[in-house]
Design a protein around this ligand. Structure first.
Ligand SMILES: [Zn+2]
Length: 417
């Protein structure tokens, strides 16, 4: 049943909301310049105590390795070295990765050298989810040296390969409409030297399969997704109807749950009585101490389970209702929110709503929604909700408001703002 699926996915959504909160926390840490992940080679993560004696994770320079990192940037900036030569020389000079609980220290890998040379962390910046922030850690490479290294890498790249893979906020969310492969970011250079970033099907790019999807200008794909958000957005009347219908269903479910709660409460009283009887029996010398202890433990465990279920029952519905409201609020303003979001937030919104966005050959956009948006976006549900709301309104007008009628609806609608 359609509505049932949505109810359970809203409950599930609670966990994903937590994930969103965590991501938000991490973004804020990066925005404040903190180091959100493992410190790169040349630095180390350390725990220090703040003025209140709390442990705070921070980063300090790993001088032994930092010395080699500085040397690497210096010589590479000269333009006389390839990354392979630099890699060999760094291994010879003993640059190793820092040991972690899972991995022992070992010589630096070749791809790590390229990652090191392009990491803005060394000049004091922190990059998170495609956005660069000013870091609070100490830089070990001067800005101009870091920039020079990027220029050298750029010339190597255009000489060797015009289709180097790059980052973009849509990467990982957009897929080829013809074969379903991921879309990769590539840069094409015109004869005048202008660079055009475009998306290309990973399967076609890698020469696998027989996909014939043409490359797409990134700018055009960005516009297509923006325009699709107009379709994602749900009009206010439908949002209100969907909200009212689902909240009314929640009310019914809570009422059904009330019977179970009453059972739990009487079971709790019964267990309390058993506890008393046991004690009296023990005092009367009828049962030995070890048996009393075993029985007490059993009863305490049961009581804890009951308390837990009673608390969970209330919390579960409150959280689910809140998540429903949040989800609907996003759907009611989706186009506006997306239009005004920066790249990092666009990535988050896309990831929250969609499993995948497919770009078809004729520039049609198809999407796979995630829970609970897949259910909430169904036109069938919208039609049901609108007729449910019309019915509820009619009942209200003749003065026979029933359980889940307009009274419930209006009280919840105000919360949507
Ligand atoms: Zn393809």
């Amino acid at each position: 049943m359609l509505l049932h699926g949505i109810m359970s996915s809203i409950a599930e959504f609670y966990c994903r909301n937590l994930a969103t909160e965590v991501i938000k926390g991490l973004s804020q840490k990066a925005a404040q310049g903190g180091t959100v992940t493992k410190a790169p080679i040349g630095y180390r993560n350390v725990g220090v105590r703040d003025e209140f004696g709390r442990e705070v994770r921070t980063v300090e320079i790993d001088e032994e390795r930092a010395r080699l990192v500085r040397w690497a940037f210096q010589v590479f900036a000269s333009g006389d070295w390839t990354t392979s030569q630099l890699h060999q020389e760094l291994v010879a000079r003993g640059l190793t990765t820092a040991a972690s609980p899972r991995r022992p220290s070992r010589p630096i890998g070749k791809s790590s050298v390229h990652r090191m040379l392009t990491n803005p962390y060394y000049k004091g910046s922190v990059r998170y989810q495609g956005v660069t922030y000013a870091g609070v850690h100490e830089a070990i490479i001067p800005n101009e040296v870091w920039d020079q290294v990027q220029t050298v890498l750029g010339t190597h790249r255009s000489a060797a390969d015009a289709t180097q893979v790059h980052e973009h906020y849509l990467k990982g969310t957009v897929f080829c409409g013809q074969c379903g492969s991921r879309l990769l970011v590539c840069n094409a250079k015109s004869s005048q030297g202008t660079i055009y970033p475009y998306f290309v099907c990973a399967s076609r790019h890698g020469g696998r399969g027989d996909c014939t999807r043409q490359a797409m200008l990134i700018e055009q794909v960005e516009r297509l997704v923006e325009r699709f958000y107009v379709k994602v957005q749900i009009d206010p009347e439908t949002i209100e109807a969907v909200s009212a219908m689902i909240h009314a269903r929640f009310d019914e479910m809570m009422a059904e749950g009330a019977a179970e709660l009453a059972d739990l409460a009487s079971r709790r009283t019964q267990l309390g009585g058993e506890q008393q009887k046991l004690l009296q029996a023990h005092y009367a010398g009828a049962i030995p101490l070890d048996l009393l202890k075993r029985e007490q433990d059993r009863i305490t465990a049961s009581l804890e389970t009951i308390e837990h279920r009673i608390t969970a029952h209330h919390g579960h519905y409150a959280a689910a209702r809140e998540n429903l409201d949040d989800s609907l609020k996003l759907l009611s303003n989706a186009a506006d929110i997306y239009e005004h979001a920066d790249d990092a937030n666009r990535r988050l919104i896309n990831q929250a709503l969609f499993k995948a966005i497919y770009i078809d050959e004729d520039n049609d956009v198809r999407v796979g929604y995630r829970n609970p948006y897949d259910g909430l976006s169904l036109s069938g549900l919208h039609a049901d909700a609108l007729s449910w709301a019309a019915e509820a309104k009619k009942m209200g007008q003749v003065g026979t408001a029933t359980k889940g009628g307009p009274l419930v609806a209006s009280s919840h609608l105000t919360r949507l703002g």
